[in-house]
Design a binder for this molecule. Structure first.
Ligand code: AVJ
Length: 324
């Protein structure tokens, strides 16, 4: 379980995030170089992702917002009033107001690893919704989280918008879905609900454009990881020798982001030497896409039974309500 109130980032004497260094060094030693996607989201990465959500090619945020705005009455009927809404990885909580307005919960518990951002957006929401008790919790939601005492007696609704689940390979996604069950009290005989966003499989052209936009914002988002490594881990990666790629992997039904070397390069990170041959890549993110069936199967594997499903008008994105 994640304890409340402890610092979640472990830094060494030089202020280096130990987990970041470990993940990067391990990832760069592999035959297929790979760095976990969570490291894309430092301050500039998070800002660049916000910019991505405004791009004409990047449909998921608009499609999900459309569903949230259009289906308030159905959410209200199926979920009911007086719940505690627990949002996993709330970030700036941009999609939360629509949901809160529709279902009138008693409490809202945003969970996020980034404490500053979390407290800021929690305060803004508390002001906007004076009737709702807001209890921000700084926590790593990949593990079971202790919820505040005050919400123990309330029925829970987990909220996980944005298709963040798509960043995980299925075994990690299943682990997370099971942790969510535990966090929401399913193991104590409660029947919590989960409202989760999952992006849908569609034409390759549409998907690849969404992750390789014409303004190059997604490219900057990806390259920011190399810049972050140089900045925080004394790296010498020649960023100009890397280019953004975002191919659709049809076997695994996912968009992959890679940084490809356009020439042979040598560089150092945290005192270790690495090299890449021309054409070699660092795999930086997966964004899995789902069909109705694959979404249901994943949820069932994680202990959640789908109860209702909505898509936007164009059928690009889905929101699923499931019960533990
Ligand atoms: C934040 C995980 C939802 O996978 O669509 C956007 C991240 N990466 N463009 C996604 C992302 C490149 C995004 N999620």
């Amino acid at each position: 379980k994640t304890e409340q109130g402890i610092a979640l980032v472990d830094r060494d004497e030089d202020g280096v995030d130990r987990a970041f260094r470990e993940d990067v060094l391990t990832g760069l030693k592999q035959k297929q170089k790979a760095i976990p996607a969570r490291w894309l989201y430092d301050d500039s990465g998070s800002q660049l992702f916000e910019d991505i959500t405004d791009l004409p090619e990047y449909y998921p945020t608009r499609a999900e917002t459309e569903i949230l705005n259009a289906r308030g009455e159905e959410f209200s009927r199926l979920i009911g009033e007086g719940r505690a809404v627990v949002e996993f990885g709330s970030g700036s909580s941009v999609k939360t107001p629509q949901l809160l307005r529709a279902i009138h919960p008693t409490a809202y518990v945003p969970l996020d690893i980034s404490g500053d951002f979390l407290r800021q957006s929690a305060a803004a929401l508390a002001e906007k919704f004076p009737a709702i008790d807001v209890y921000p919790v700084e926590a790593d939601f990949m593990r079971e989280v202790d919820l505040p005492e005050k919400v123990h007696s309330l029925k829970k609704l987990g909220f996980f918008p944005g298709s963040t689940i798509g960043n995980m390979v299925p075994r990690t996604a299943v682990d997370l879905l099971r942790s969510m069950r535990a966090t929401l009290g399913a193991e104590h005989g409660e029947k919590p609900l989960l409202l989760i966003g999952m992006d849908l499989v569609k034409d390759r052209e549409v998907l690849e454009a969404a992750y390789d936009d014409s303004k190059g914002v997604t490219g900057e988002f990806n390259l920011n990881l190399a810049r972050r490594i140089n900045r925080e881990l004394s790296g010498t990666i020649p960023v100009d020798a890397l280019r953004h790629k975002a191919p659709w992997n049809d076997d695994f039904a996912r968009i992959e982001m890679h940084l490809e070397a356009i020439r042979d390069i040598d560089f150092e990170v945290a005192g270790r030497r690495f090299s890449m041959r021309k054409g070699e890549t660092i795999h930086t993110e997966n964004s899995h896409k789902f069909t109705r069936r694959s979404a249901n199967t994943l949820l069932l594997a994680g202990g959640w039974t789908p109860q209702a499903r909505w898509t936007d008008e164009k059928g690009l994105f889905s929101l699923i309500l499931a019960e533990a």
